[in-house]
Design a protein around this ligand. Sequence first.
Ligand code: 5GP
Ligand code: ZN
Length: 113
Amino acid sequence: MDDCIFCRIAAKVIPSDIVLEDDDFVAFRDAQPKALQHVLVVPREHIASLNDLEHRPEGMGDALMRFIVKLAKELGIDESGYRALTNVGPDGGQEVQHLHFHVLGGENLGDVR
Ligand code: 5GP
Ligand code: ZN
């Protein structure tokens, strides 16, 4: 989608600090990090939110989780620990309407609200 910022980042039309990528997913550093390590994981394909995953091929969610684990290892936070979360819709506080997982770590993150 031409007007979607994360589609444009994934296509490298807009520059970002990419940490890891494969054919299906891209991980890049959040512009306003909320932890020492704060990376966003997005599918290259435009998917509005987690709710829309059910319309995508079986196995995509599994591939996404595996990509997040690979990213955590790449960042060196797999053993110290991290948090992977996605915000969905207005109550979830989703600001960008392209599915993304936040991967946060590099410090003690405290409790989840
Ligand atoms: P949400 O609230 O939708 O779950 O999170 C959106 C996240 O995207 C925020 O943490 C915000 O800092 C990040 N973000 C928004 N626009 C950009 C951008 O253009 N580049 C990067 N690297 N991060 C962005
Ligand atoms: Zn998009």
